[in-house]
Design a protein around this ligand. Structure first.
Ligand code: ZN
Ligand code: ZN
Length: 356
């Protein structure tokens, strides 16, 4: 039996933090559950899960559905689309069987579902170039822009199949998962007949899942990168890392950049603070974004998600963010130096910001 290789290339950068990551995780296991019910898919589909943030990593190599165990998705900093694509192409070279031999037939044309919701933090140019020269004709790639927040011009250079998915619609994630499952099912039934193996996507729910050209009214303007401010911190007590996510107070719905940049739009409200694994650092790139957010622009102080100290955003002179239980002397879990901490004055203080 020839294999139909499916790669899920998932953006697990900080903008996915919270609900997004859980829904994505559930999505992967729902896709597998749906495909397993189909005898045809069960025989042909092999599934791989690759995640990327600042770096990429394979969580599950191409695996037959019967043996597939849905992974826990980690979180990382950055959205290095270029290095994710390089990683994907190397994985395709390593895992996909191209030529048929006397003993075994080569794989069907692989399908990649790329889900991303941010702008690349690296230059995807060289990867796009390699993709278009060596992979585009023999690999189907479907790019899904979650919430319309991805870099559509980069995605367009990758594939004609750029899909926008409105993640604010009710049950949006469940619907996109159904759509991906159906598209894979379609393809697993078609592979015998269609020589070209061009993927035929299932029909998406109108208004929720749509081709980029039809999605224009849904796309917001303004600098979408700046919808979130995300910080990585460590618990001063347990030294474990956590991530604090703030959301911009209002997303300007105006094309007038002067209005969009007015001070009213510069505030960020605390959304969540969650524990992350040390793998967060393995998936993150080392570079930090060149600007910082003034703590005066941040509304709300998170509890430390480990020790429940009430000040989760204390900043050491080394730039490290950590929790503090009360004003006074405290050891920084990043650099080990002791310092006196007090609530920021009216001016606030600058806090190094991670990229989303
Ligand atoms: Zn703590
Ligand atoms: Zn420090």
């Amino acid at each position: 039996m020839r294999r139909l290789p499916i790669f899920l290339l998932l953006d697990v950068s900080e903008s996915m933090l919270g609900d997004g990551l859980h829904q994505l995780e559930k999505g992967v296991s729902d896709i597998v559950a749906t495909l397993r019910r189909d005898p045809h898919a069960l025989e042909t589909v092999f599934l791989s899960v690759i995640v990327f943030a600042g770096r990429a990593r394979t969580l599950v190599p191409l695996t037959e559905l019967a043996a597939f165990y849905p992974p826990t998705l980690p979180l990382g900093g950055g959205t290095a689309l270029g290095s994710a694509l390089f990683y994907l192409m190397d994985e395709i070279d390593r895992q996909v069987i191209t030529a048929s031999t006397r003993e075994s037939k080569g794989d069907w044309r692989p399908i990649v579902f790329l889900l991303t919701d941010g702008y690349p933090t690296d230059d995807p140019g060289p990867a796009l170039d390699r993709w278009n020269r060596f992979y585009r004709r023999r690999v189907n790639l479907v790019a899904v822009s979650v919430g319309g927040r991805a870099d559509h011009s980069a995605l367009r250079q990758l594939t004609e199949k750029v899909i926008v998915f409105d993640d604010t619609a009710p049950d949006a994630f469940a619907r996109v998962v159904d759509w991906i499952s159906l598209s894979i099912l379609n393809q697993s039934r078609r592979v015998g007949g269609d020589r070209r193996g061009d993927v035929s996507l299932a029909k998406g729910d109108p208004g929720v899942i749509m081709p980029l050209d039809l999605a224009a009214p849904m796309l917001r303007t303004g600098n979408l990168d700046e919808q979130y401010a995300v910080f990585v911190a460590r618990c001063a007590l347990l030294r474990q890392p956590y991530v604090v996510k703030f959301k911009r107070l209002q997303t300007p719905s105006t094309r007038d950049s002067a209005i969009a940049q007015s001070p009213i739009f510069q505030y960020y409200r605390l959304e969540t603070a969650v524990q992350v694994e040390e793998s967060y650092f393995e998936l993150s790139d080392d570079t930090k974004i060149g600007r910082s957010v003034n703590s005066g622009e941040l509304l709300g102080q998170p509890y430390c998600p480990y020790c429940i100290s009430p000040y989760g955003m204390a900043v050491c002179t080394c730039g490290g963010i950590h929790c503090v239980e009360r004003d006074g002397e405290q050891t920084c879990p990043w650099c080990g130096s002791r310092g006196i901490y007090q609530a920021p004055g009216a001016d606030g203080c600058d806090i190094g910001r991670e990229r989303g």
